[in-house]
Design a protein. Sequence first.
Length: 298
Amino acid sequence: MKRRKERLLITGGSGLLGSNIARMSAKSFEVFASYNSHPNQISECRFLPLDIRDKQQVISVFEEIKPDLVIHTAAMIDVDYCEDHAKEARTTNVEGTENVTLASKVVGAKMIYISTDSVFDGKKGMYVEEDVPHPVNIYARTKLEGEERAQYRLPDSLIVRTAFYGWSPSDSIRTSLAEWVVSGLREGRTLKMFTDVFFSPIFVGNLVEAMIEIYHSNLSGICHVAGSERCSKYSFGLEIAQAFGLDKSLIQPCSMDEVSLRAPRPRDISLNISKISGVTTTRLLDVKEGIAWFKGSE
């Protein structure tokens, strides 16, 4: 008798990460993806409406689908909006995560919760999983509390801290930093990029590869899944311009101190990936390699 494919349910299936997970996992999973207000269409993926803030609706949908794996990407991610709408951010990022976690527990599904490098204050950089988080804005605080809810309610859940980029769905209202650079340079705009803000960007395809392997390895706890190279936002922009054959002179260096931002931002949230690199075979790419994949997938 033919064994059925495992079922994967992605929350936030219309977002950059959710849509890429749906596309890349269709061969190995029966894929379901939820959306709140922006439906999407991806072959071999069934989309369904879901408000993660509605506990009963979440449980009902999970009981209908009976997923083996849940990847929870849905979140309120606009840092400045979250700063001005703390209650709304908390309802989505904390209570919504708790609802997804409880529903995963009800149906016996493994859950991967997508968190952020921003749970750290940026004073050290190259953070390991054991470093104590210290978020500096509302968005990061709610994501950290989401981590805590997930771990408390579902101890075998996996928390993935990351910083990814890639191509967003065509009708997406948000774009990744890399897309912003490409579109800005193609339009001939001058872009100011920070020389004193550092991260470990990973191309979304590389992130999805790693997460699927992590799931099959049955790991739990916290994992940093990021690019293998720390870089500034400015140098990241220059690498993109180089790869796409665009005018690097349009990217101008600046300091975060020169820009007025509604919410405070950490300066160095680069992640140490030694833990995950030691337990998976998926190679986490450096900046140049990741951007080459990004360009090739346009």
